[in-house]
Write a protein that binds this ligand. Structure first.
Ligand code: ASP
Ligand code: MG
Length: 414
C-alpha cells in the first residue's frame, strides 16, 4: 500500500494534472491513496476572501477569480465539461453560503479555505475517471478527526484511525482520491491542519493504514542540502535519517511539513521525495538509516523578527523576568526560532506575523523596554564545516550569531 501526495504546483493547470495522472496511472494496480493539495496558490486566494469578508470589503471578485480559474482548467481537461462545470457551480454556492453567517474568524477561515482542496480533488477524481482509472473520492473531513482548534487542528488519532482503516476494502479495487490539509471536528465543522499541511495528511493516512511508503511529488529532484533557488551548488540527498529530515524542517526547510516525519518514523514507514517533472529520478529516501559525512545543510527562513526585552531598573535579567517573557509567548502560541540573553536584555527571533508580534510587544512592554527589527533572514547551517562556518559568520549584515557543536545560526539584515 502506497500513499502519494501532490502539492499545489503539481496541479497548477490542465497540463500539470495530466502529468500527475500519468504518474498515478503507473501505480494504478495499487493499493494507492492519493492526497492532493489545492491547485497552485488557491489557498492564498481563499485567505484573501476571508480577510476581505472579515474587513467588510468586497470578497466576491476574489471568489469569481478562484472559480474562473478552476473553470478554465476544467474546460481544458474535459471534452464534455458541462456536468463537471455544474458540480463546480454547486461547490461555488456552498462556498458563498459559508460567508452568509457571521462566525469567529479562525472558524470561518477553515470553513472557507478547505474549499481549495475540495475543488482540486473533485477535478482530479473526475479526470482520472475519464481516463479510465477506477477511483473513489473521499472527503478527508469525514476521515481525519481533529479537535476544534481552527487553523491548527490537533488530530484525534484513535478515531481517525478507525475511520481511515475502513478504506481498506475499497482500496483493494480502487485508488482513493482525498484531500490534504483538512479534517473535521466533532461538531461537523471543517478544520485545517496548518498551512502546507498536506504532507502531514499523507503521513496520517499512511500511519493509519500501515502503508509501505509515502511519496511526496515535488518540483525539486528530492531533498537538497539548500534551496537551489538560493544556492546553485545545492545537492540532492540520496537518503536521510528521519531525525536529520525532521531537524531540517524545524529550522524552516519548506520541502516537507514539520509534522510529517514523526508519525512515519514511529511506524518505520519510509518517506520518498520525488520530482513530478522527472519521475524516473531516484529522489530522496527518508528512513531509518545512518549516513556518514552529511554535507552542511543550509536553511534560509525569511520574514523573521528580532525582539529584545531590556530590563529598565538596573537589575539583571532574572528567572522571574524570563518566566514573564515565556508566559507571554506561550499565551500567544508563538514559537521561538532563536534566543539569546545578556546581562540586561533577552532577545529572541520569531516569525513575523504582524498581529501576533504587535500583541506580544504590547504585553512585554508592561515590564520591559522592547525593541524590534523586522525583515530579517535566519540562516541555519546544520553540520557546518570550516568553510561554511566562516562564510556565514562573515556574511554582511549579521546582527545575531549563535553556534553549537553542529549548528550555526546567523540572523541577517539584508
Ligand atoms: N493548500 C494548503 C496550503 O497551501 C495545504 C498544502 O498545500 O499543503 O497551505
Ligand atoms: Mg501547497
Amino acid at each position: 500500500m502506497k500513499v502519494f501526495k501532490f502539492g499545489g504546483a503539481s496541479l497548477k493547470n490542465a497540463q500539470a494534472i495530466r502529468n500527475m495522472s500519468t504518474i498515478v496511472l503507473d501505480y494504478a494496480e495499487g493499493p494507492l491513496v492519493v492526497v492532493v493539495s489545492a491547485m497552485d496558490k488557491t489557498t492564498n486566494a481563499l485567505e484573501r476572501v476571508v480577510h476581505a469578508f472579515v474587513k467588510g470589503e468586497n470578497y466576491q471578485a476574489e471568489i469569481s477569480r478562484i472559480i474562473g480559474y478552476h473553470q478554465a482548467v476544467i474546460n481544458e481537461l474535459f471534452e464534455n465539461p458541462q456536468e463537471i462545470l455544474g458540480t463546480l457551480e454547486g461547490l461555488a454556492s456552498q462556498l458563498t453560503e459559508k460567508l452568509q453567517s457571521p462566525s469567529e474568524e479562525d472558524k470561518l477561515y477553515d470553513q472557507v479555505v478547505c474549499f481549495g482542496e475540495i475543488l482540486s480533488s473533485f477535478i482530479v477524481h473526475h479526470y482520472l475517471t475519464t481516463i479510465g482509472l477506477k477511483n473513489i473520492w473521499k472527503d478527508a473531513r469525514e476521515l481525519i478527526r481533529t479537535d476544534s482548534t481552527f487553523r491548527e487542528g490537533k488530530v484525534e488519532w484513535a478515531l481517525s484511525e478507525s475511520r481511515i482503516i475502513s478504506l481498506k476494502k475499497d482500496l483493494q479495487t480502487h485508488v482513493i482520491i482525498t484531500q490534504g490539509f483538512i479534517g473535521g471536528d466533532a461538531e461537523g465543522n471543517s478544520t485545517t491542519l496548518g498551512r502546507e499541511g498536506s504532507d502531514y495528511s499523507a503521513a496520517i493516512f499512511a500511519s493509519c493504514l500501515q502503508a509501505d511508503s509515502v511519496t511526496i511529488w515535488k518540483d525539486v529532484p528530492g531533498v537538497m542540502n539548500a534551496d537551489p533557488k538560493r544556492l546553485q551548488a545545492a545537492v540532492v540527498f540520496e537518503e536521510l535519517p528521519y531525525k536529520e529530515a525532521a531537524e531540517m524542517t524545524y529550522y524552516g526547510a519548506s520541502v516537507i511539513h514539520p509534522k510529517t516525519i514523526k508519525p512515519l518514523a514511529l511506524k518505520g514507514i519510509p518517506l520518498l521525495v520525488k520530482s513530478f517533472t522527472n519521475p524516473s529520478l531516484p529522489g530522496t529516501k527518508i528512513h531509518d538509516c545512518k549516513v556518514d559525512h552529511l554535507p552542511p545543510m543550509i536553511v534560509f527562513k525569511d520574514n523573521q523578527c528580532l525582539i529584545s526585552c531590556k530590563v529598565t531598573d538596573f537589575t539583571f535579567v532574572n528567572e522571574d523576568q524570563l518566566r514573564a517573557i515565556f508566559d507571554a509567548l506561550s499565551e500567544l502560541n508563538v514559537k521561538l526560532n532563536v534566543m539569546q540573553n545578556s546581562a540586561i536584555s533577552f532577545s529572541f527571533c520569531i516569525d513575523f506575523r504582524e498581529n501576533k508580534v504587535m500583541a506580544l510587544i504590547e504585553k512585554l512592554q508592561e515590564r520591559f523596554e522592547v525593541y524590534y527589527n523586522t525583515n530579517l533572514t535566519l540562516v541555519t547551517i546544520k553540520n557546518y564545516d570550516e568553510q561554511s562556518f566562516e562564510t556565514y559568520r562573515k556574511k554582511p549584515g549579521v546582527i545575531l550569531e549563535q553556534s553549537s557543536r553542529s549548528t550555526l545560526q546567523v540572523l541577517v539584515k539584508e
